[in-house]
Design a protein around this ligand. Structure first.
Ligand SMILES: [Zn+2]
Length: 60
């Protein structure tokens, strides 16, 4: 299922964190808002790197 939530395409440059919107443009800076589905990573998840390193260790 495709998500209707978009994320500011310039958030890395314009904001401290991803800015999500249901519209086509960022409500904060007016940049294009793109589909957020294939998020490369979640910066709001502080345990992400830790979990990934755990997973790697388990594979060895
Ligand atoms: Zn923005």
């Amino acid at each position: 299922m495709k998500s209707d939530i978009h994320v500011c395409s310039a958030w890395e440059r314009e904001h401290d964190r991803p800015v999500y919107t249901f519209g086509d443009t960022c409500p904060d800076c007016g940049a294009e808002a793109v589909n957020s589905a294939p998020a490369p990573f979640d910066p709001s998840d502080p345990h992400g790197p830790y979990r990934r390193s755990l997973k790697r260790r388990r594979r060895e």
